[in-house]
Design a protein around this ligand. Structure first.
Ligand code: KG4
Ligand code: ZN
Length: 343
C-alpha cells in the first residue's frame, strides 16, 4: 500500500510518501518546510501560519511525490493530520488533502497528530513497535502513553499546565535566548554547574503510589516561576545564565525520566519510545536511558527530522488505519483539540 501523508498542524508544511504492509513500512520521501517567519515574533502566529501553509502546500506535496518517484494515481490513500493543532493551519492541509483525493478518485483519512508521533520511531527502528511506553514531549503537548498495541492508547499522564517545550521556550526567553529556545537551553546548560541552582522536581514525591492522580502527571509552571525568581535575584546574569539553564533542565528532565520509569515498570514494558521536539534533547535521552537501564527497557529516540513535526509519521499512522479498512468521508473536518484514541 502507498500512502501520501500531509501535515500542517502548526508551523511546518510537510508531505511524505510511505509504502509497505504491517510493520514493514518504508519512508519513500519526506519534505518539511519550516516557517521561519515566526522567529521574529517569538512564537507561532496562527494567521501567518495558515497563510504560509496555503503558499507552500502545493509545491511541498508535489515534491514529496516526485522524490518518491510516484504519481498521484499510484497513491492508495491520502492521510492528513486533522487534529489537534491550530485549526486554521489544520484546515489548509485537510482541505487540500480532500480536494486532491476527490479529484483523483482516492480515499482520504484523518490522522490524530499525537498518534503520528507514536508511529514516527518505527520508521527508523524496526523494534520501536508495541507494546511500549511512550513519552511525547513537544511545544504543545506532554504526555505519557501506554501502548499495548497500535490503535490502543492509554494516556497515563499529561501536563497540567505548560508543555515541556513551552517551558523550555519560556525559560529561554527569560534568559534572552532566541525562539524556539529548547536547543539553545540545551547548549547553554552544557556549560552550567548542576550544583549552583537546584530547583524542586515538580510533582515528584517519594511517597507517591500508582493510582495517585499525580503519579504520572507533570506540571512545569512552578518551575518556570522558580527560574524567573532566580533570574530576578541574580546580580550577574551573564555569569549565572548557564547555571540557571542547567538547574532548570536537570529538574525538568529528571521529572520526565522518573515518570517514564514508573510507567514502564508498572506496565512491564521493555521498550520506551520518545517523540516530539523535546526528544531531540540529548541530556533528556541520556537520563531516560540511565533510569530505564535498571528496569531493563530499551529506549528508542528519534532523529531530529522524525522527532519534530513531519508528514512521514502521519502517512505511517494512516497506513495502519487504511489497512484496517478505515476511510473518512468528504465531511472530514479539522479540530483544535481531540483526545488521543477517541476515533
Ligand atoms: O514537536 P515540535 O517540533 O513542534 C510542536 O510543538 O509540535 O516541538 C517543538 C518544541 C519547541 O518547544 C522547542 O523548543 C523544543 O521542541 N525543542 C527542544 C530541543 N529541540 C527542540 N527542547 C529541548 N531541547 C532540545 N534540544
Ligand atoms: Zn508535534
Amino acid at each position: 500500500m502507498i500512502v501520501l501523508g500531509i501535515e500542517t498542524s502548526c508551523d511546518e508544511t510537510s508531505a511524505a510518501v510511505v509504502s509497505g504492509t504491517g510493520d514493514q513500512v518504508s519512508q519513500r520521501s519526506l519534505v518539511i518546510l519550516s516557517q521561519d517567519v515566526h522567529r521574529v515574533f517569538g512564537g507561532v502566529v496562527p494567521e501567518i501560519a495558515s497563510r504560509a501553509h496555503v503558499t507552500a502546500i502545493v509545491p511541498v506535496v508535489d515534491r514529496a511525490m516526485s522524490e518518491a518517484g510516484i504519481e498521484l494515481q499510484d497513491v492508495d490513500v491520502v492521510a492528513v493530520t486533522n487534529a489537534p493543532g491550530l485549526v486554521g493551519a489544520l484546515l489548509v492541509g485537510v482541505s487540500y488533502a480532500k480536494g486532491l483525493a476527490f479529484g483523483a478518485g482516492k480515499p482520504v483519512l484523518g490522522v490524530h497528530h499525537m498518534e503520528g508521533h507514536l508511529f514516527a520511531q518505527s520508521l527508523e527502528h524496526a523494534n520501536a513497535v508495541p507494546p511500549f511506553t511512550a513519552l511525547l514531549v513537544s511545544g504543545g503537548h506532554t504526555m505519557i502513553v501506554d501502548v499495548p498495541a497500535w490503535g490502543d492508547y492509554n494516556v497515563l499522564g499529561a501536563t497540567r499546565d505548560d508543555a515541556a517545550g513551552e517551558a523550555f521556550d519560556k525559560v529561554a526567553k527569560l534568559l534572552g535566548l532566541p525562539y524556539p529556545g529548547g536547543r539553545h537551553i540545551e547548549r547553554l546548560a552544557r556549560d552550567g554547574d548542576s550544583s549552583r541552582f537546584r530547583f524542586a522536581r515538580p510533582m515528584v514525591r517519594r511517597n507517591q503510589r500508582p493510582g495517585d492522580d499525580d503519579y504520572y502527571d507533570v506540571s512545569f509552571s512552578g518551575l518556570k516561576t522558580a527560574v524567573l525568581n532566580a533570574v530576578r535575584d541574580s546580580d550577574n546574569i551573564e555569569r549565572d545564565a548557564a547555571h540557571i539553564a542547567r538547574g532548570f533542565q536537570d529538574a525538568l528532565i529528571e521529572t520526565l525520566a522518573e515518570k517514564v520509569r514508573r510507567a514502564a515498570e508498572q506496565h512491564e514494558r521493555e521498550r520506551v519510545v520518545l517523540g516530539g521536539g523535546v526528544a531531540c534533547n540529548q541530556a533528556l535521552v541520556a537520563e531516560i536511558r540511565t533510569r530505564l537501564a535498571d528496569v531493563g527497557a530499551e529506549v528508542y529516540a528519534p532523529s531530529v527530522r522524525l522527532a519534530t513535526d513531519n508528514a512521514a509519521m502521519i502517512a505511517r499512522a494512516g497506513l495502519f488505519h487504511a489497512e484496517r479498512g478505515r476511510r473518512d468521508d468528504w465531511s472530514l473536518n479539522a479540530y483544535a483539540s481531540k483526545a488521543l484514541g477517541s476515533g
